[in-house]
Write a protein that binds this ligand. Structure first.
Ligand code: NDP
Length: 274
């Protein structure tokens, strides 16, 4: 049976094993997928041991996505652009790194019938998650991608990594001067029940708001967007399932169906809150 792991710290909360087992059942693939709690000091050794033990691949979540990239012999273009890896593919003597977060986000937006072509997108955050989605968002040919971050220099540095003139950076104060078709929260603010310092005037009744964070209840950010009459609010559960589906496809060359898996996770999440 082919073995896979997800590395992270913390990792107990990870839904990746459940998702991949559901994909495996559905596509009749024989895989074993487990969680691995690691530390920065142990991460590399742990991956190497897993490869020696016959591991075929791994997912990587916070805080190891950059460290995982450093271990790779080959990187996909989207992993290079992200500067972070969430999917490792092990073959004889080589470690290949990919980043499937952006595909997960874009597919989830499409599943909600959200158009990105020729639209103005505000991307909040400049960490690994924000970096991971820029190239796949750009591939949808938006009119503009504007990056905003609490530490504005990081947004500017991130925008400067791309030669495409469509990508710019602003401060939160400047969000009062524009409106956006799609606002994506790629910050971790919702995890600590905080709200980024976004101007409510940049959201209109046509704006779609996305929070990469998900939970049993709507996040503080999505509640705030609803209050300001956003057209549609979407949490990151579909992105989670989408990035997993893309990793599964990379490893197994079979595309799993996501709808039922997403519905099951959603009901488990909501059940957990009762
Ligand atoms: P990082 O730690 O790399 O980056 C965090 C970002 O959030 C930084 O830009 C930081 O700004 C910003 N931030 C944190 N707190 C606040 C705040 N109170 N107000 C404004 N900005 C804030 O995290 P990641 O990029 O790896 O992940 C971001 C989020 O995305 C996480 O919550 C993660 O769970 C989620 N995620 C979800 C996925 C999914 O599949 N649904 C996939 C990947 C990530 P600064 O630079 O100023 O510190």
């Amino acid at each position: 049976m082919d073995k896979f792991l997800v590395y992270g710290n913390p990792i107990a909360q990870s839904k990746s094993p459940i998702i991949h087992q559901m994909f495996a059942q559905q596509t009749k693939q024989a895989i074993h997928y487990d969680k691995c709690l690691s530390t920065s000091a142990e991460f590399e050794e742990s991956v190497n041991k897993f490869i020696l033990a016959g591991g075929k691949g791994a997912n990587v979540t916070a805080p190891f996505k950059e460290q995982a990239m450093q271990m790779c012999d080959q990187l996909t273009e989207r992993a290079k652009a992200a500067g972070a890896v969430n999917t490792l593919i092990f073959s004889e003597r080589t470690i290949k790194g990919d980043n499937t977060d952006g595909v997960g986000l874009v597919n989830d937006l499409k599943n909600h019938q959200v158009q990105l072509t020729n639209k103005t997108i505000l991307l909040m955050g400049a960490g690994g998650a924000a970096r991971g989605v820029i190239l796949p968002l750009l591939a949808e040919n938006p009119k503009q991608i504007v990056i905003v971050n609490r530490t504005t220099e990081k947004a500017e540095q991130l925008a400067a990594r791309f030669t495409d003139q469509k990508i710019t950076a602003i401060s939160y104060a400047e969000t009062a001067k524009a409106t956006f078709d799609v606002v994506i929260n790629a910050t971790s603010a919702s995890l600590s029940a905080n709200l980024p310092d976004l101007s409510s005037t940049c959201i209109t009744t046509n704006t779609v708001c996305y929070d990469m964070v998900y939970g049993a209840k709507l996040s503080p950010f999505l509640n705030w967007c609803k209050k300001h009459k956003a057209r549609l609010v979407i949490d990151g559960l579909g992105m989670l399932v989408g990035q997993a589906a893309e990793s599964f496809y990379i490893w197994r060359n079979v595309r799993p169906q996501q709808t039922q898996v997403l519905a099951k996770l959603r009901s488990q999440l909501q059940g957990a809150d009762k």
